[in-house]
Every structure is written in C-alpha cells, then in structure tokens.
Write a protein that binds this ligand. Structure first.
Ligand SMILES: Cc1cc2nc3c(=O)[nH]c(=O)nc-3n(C[C@H](O)[C@H](O)[C@H](O)COP(=O)(O)OP(=O)(O)OC[C@H]3O[C@@H](n4cnc5c(N)ncnc54)[C@H](O)[C@@H]3O)c2cc1C
Length: 424
C-alpha cells in the first residue's frame, strides 16, 4: 500500500528554507530589476549573484540535473514541491539555476551533446555564465511543425542555415541559439529536421525585432532571421533527422516544470483573494461573509488542489517510468489544464479586489495574460487536448455489435444468462 502524501522531514526543512529565502530575498528583486535573463546588467552581478552563491552552498542549484552536472539529481516529485515555491517569484528560477529555456537546453546538451558542445556550450550554461535561446517556432506557425521552412543545406563539411524564427524567447540576451532546421526535405517532418547549436555572434543572424507580451517591461521574444548562417558539422546536436525527438524530450520535462511553477502563481492569487475577502467590508459585512465570494474561494481552492494532485501524480509517474512516452497523456493533461487554473483563480482574485484588482497596481491582469502564455508556449492547449484524447482512445476498442454491452437490455440479458434467470 504505497499511496502517500507526506514529505520527509529532512526535505521539508529544505523547502521551509527555500520558502523563507524566496519570500524575503528573491521576491523583491522583480521590483528593482528588468528581465531575469539580462545577466549582463551590472545590477544582476550585484543583487542576483550573491543569492545564487547561497543556493549553491545549500546544494539546491540546478536540482533537475544529475550530480555529474552539478545538480542534486532530485526526481520530479521533489522538483514539483520546489518549483511550487520558485513559481512565486519572477527571479526565483534563475536564482536556483532552474530557469527556462536554459534548464531544458542543458538537459538536451547533456543528453545529446558531443564533448566539444558540452565544453563550449553546456558548461557555461550550467554555471549561468551565459543564457541561451530555443528557436523552433516560425512566423507562419508554431503549433504545426509541418509548416516550418527554415533549412540547413550541406556545404562542404558544414551547414548553411537560412530562414526565420519567431517568438524565440531571450534571444537578445543569449550566447547561443538551439535551432531546428530541415536537413532532409524529402523525409517526413518528424525525420527530416535536425538541431543545431549556433553561437549568437555568427554572421548572418539578425534580430528583426523583439516582440513584447502585454505589459512586460522589456520586449524579449525575438523575430529572428538566419541569412546564410555557416556552421561547422560539429555544431549539429544529435544525429541528422533527430530534431523532433530531441525537442520532445526537452518539452516533456519543461511542460511539467511550468505547471509546477503555475501552482505557486495560482496559490499566490488565492492567498490574495482570501486576504482581501477577510479585509474588505461592503453593505455591512465582510466580503468573506458573502456567499458568492465564498463560492469563488471554494472553487479556487478545489481547482488548485485538483490540479496539484494531477501535477504531482504526473511527476511521480515520470520518476517511476523514466520514459516520457509512457507519461505523454499525463503531461498533455497537465499542460492543457494549467492555463485554465491560473486564469480562473487570477480572475476571481481580480474581481474580488474590485477596481484596484484590474489596475496596474495589482498583479492579476499580468497573471491572466500569463495564463494565456501558458496556453500557447510549448504548444497550444487544443493540441494537448487532442493528445489526451488520442492517447485515451488507444485504451479502447470499437464495439462490433449493434448494441454495446453497457446497453441496459443487453446487459440484463447477459446477466440473466450468467445467473440462469428469466429477465423481468
Ligand atoms: C510566452 C511565449 C514564449 C514562447 N517562447 C518560445 C521560444 O522560446 N521558442 C520557440 O520556438 N517558440 C516559442 N513560443 C512559441 C510557441 O511555441 C507558439 O506560440 C505555439 O507553438 C503556437 O504557435 P503559433 O503562435 O504560431 O500559433 P498557431 O500555430 O498559429 O496556432 C494559433 C491557434 O490555433 C489553434 N490551433 C492550433 N492548432 C490546433 C489544432 N490542432 N486544433 C485546434 N486548434 C488549433 C489554437 O487556438 C492556437 O492557439 C513562445 C510562445 C509564447 C506565448
């Protein structure tokens, strides 16, 4: 009997330390600094680097990675509990060496990188001496890789990359890009694309413009052009035609980590909702005494607990199987649920705060936009729902009979036959 919802005391002590550290030291950073990926800002060295050193001393740096890469090798369940805390503060992931897209890029460089690639790209990325960018989506579409046109053509021993990429997050701060390009136009999308690690200063790369999201202080999602960009053969990551498989490995873990952090963000909105309900009086009573406000609070808590259980069970299944294919349905379900949970809870918090709730003085509009981002980045919700449905349908077979076994008269006839009785 192994169903257990408890945390070991020793690990709980680490979580308690993290909780206080993030609240007291990390949360205030977002009010004085710009983008967490702007590691070359002199204030980053002054304010963030000392906190990163404390995290390393505590052995909590890059815990998603194994000890051979300087991480703690924690499984996904432990990471889930940690990421809930990291989700509460914009700078927490970078302070703990667990920030996207570098966390996923580290994982694929560790799994598929050659010794040259690991020394040149992975080592500084692990140490957060540089940040990186993952460039897959194209302006003509992201949800369907069949519309991608960026190509890498063989030239001598190397490759020449040409095409455009869209919404490549943090390209403006990145030291290198991991780029997906067609290398075999005759093959299918899933076998004809390869991955390249391209230094950002390679001639021919241009940021056409940086695109902003809602009221983000900086525009950080690049519209990128690759105009005859030459790279040597040693810059291909993995084997030719392996890009899609590599991307799936990267996105599988990343989606769950986003969901874990969303729990922290939604919890923050729920905390604000409850505090406000207990603090504000209207028409002679506290908001917390109004049944329609109580309903919002109850719905928010129930929705968050359901989601948290789904995320933690998915984390547990990843640890158990060590095979993302076996957990595809669970990960897709988590990915499809997370935008709605964040959207609904942040909307209730906004509504109960009244006018100040909708204002720029409160975080709720930002959280609602964040919910939409969560429903797009790493693939739109609709696509993940399709995955859930398809995976689920594989567990069923069509009924060859006119009336299925669960049809009541058919079931009654079968029961009568089994117990040798005449049906009523
Ligand atoms: C904040 C953020 C950060 C991102 N960072 C990166 C990054 O670093 N690197 C990168 O490569 N990409 C990045 N992306 C891009 C992201 O992967 C794409 O936005 C996503 O894959 C959707 O592609 P699209 O925007 O072109 O929308 P489209 O592919 O045009 O889809 C638009 C809409 O069509 C509908 N739709 C699509 N497919 C289906 C379907 N099968 N069934 C029903 N409806 C469907 C959905 O409503 C979908 O939202 C980021 C996106 C966001 C929002």
């Amino acid at each position: 009997m192994a169903w257990d919802f408890e945390t070991e005391p020793a690990f709980q002590a680490e979580l308690d330390w993290m909780e206080a550290f993030v609240r007291e030291e990390v949360e205030p950073l977002e009010y004085v600094l710009g983008s967490p990926w702007n590691i070359h800002d002199p204030r980053f060295a002054q304010l963030v680097r000392p906190l990163q050193r404390r995290v390393r001393e505590r052995r909590l740096w890059a815990c998603h990675l194994g000890p051979e890469l300087g991480g703690a090798g924690y499984g996904q369940v432990k990471l889930g509990l940690m990421n809930e805390i990291l989700g509460r503060a914009l700078f927490a992931p970078i302070v703990f060496g667990a920030h996207a897209p570098d966390s996923g890029n580290c994982e694929i460089l560790a799994a598929y990188g050659t010794p040259f690639q690991q020394e040149r790209f992975l080592a500084p990325l692990l140490a957060n001496e540089v940040v990186s960018c993952f460039a897959m989506t194209e302006p003509q579409g992201g949800a369907d890789p069949k519309v991608f046109t960026t190509q890498a053509v063989r030239e001598g021993e190397g490759w020449v990359i040409s095409g455009q990429k869209w919404f490549a997050s943090n390209a403006r701060y990145a030291d290198f890009f991991i780029v997906m390009a067609i290398t075999d136009p005759a093959a299918s999308t899933y076998q004809g694309m390869s991955m390249f690690v391209v230094p950002a200063n390679t001639p021919g790369i241009r940021i056409i413009r940086n695109v902003g999201v809602a009221d983000d202080p900086e525009a950080t999602h690049a519209y990128l052009e690759f105009d005859g960009v030459h790279v040597g053969a040693e810059y291909m990551l993995g084997a030719p035609g392996e890009a899609f498989a590599i991307a799936q490995v990267r996105l599988g873990g990343g989606r769950v980590h986003h969901a874990m952090r969303v729990i922290g963000q939604a919890q923050k909105a729920l905390d604000a909702l409850c505090e406000r309900a207990l603090s504000r009086t209207t028409q002679g009573s506290l908001l917390s005494d109004k049944q329609m406000v109580q309903e919002k609070i109850a719905d928010a808590w129930i929705q968050l607990e359901q989601f948290r259980l789904l995320v933690m069970r998915t984390a547990w299944r990843i640890d158990k199987f060590h095979d993302y294919q076996k957990v595809r349905k669970d990960i897709a379900a988590v990915k499809a649920t997370m935008p709605k949970v964040l959207h609904d809870i942040a909307s209730s918090a906004l509504q109960v705060h009244g006018s100040i709730g909708v204002s720029t003085e409160m975080p709720f509009v930002g959280l609602i936009v964040r919910a939409y981002q969560m429903g797009l980045a790493d693939g739109p919700t609709e696509v993940h729902k399709v995955t859930v449905a398809r995976q689920l349908l594989r567990e069923y077979e069509a009924c060859a009979e006119l009336f299925p076994a669960y049809h009541r008269p058919t079931a009654a006839a079968a029961a009568a036959e089994k117990f040798r009785m005449v049906p009523e």
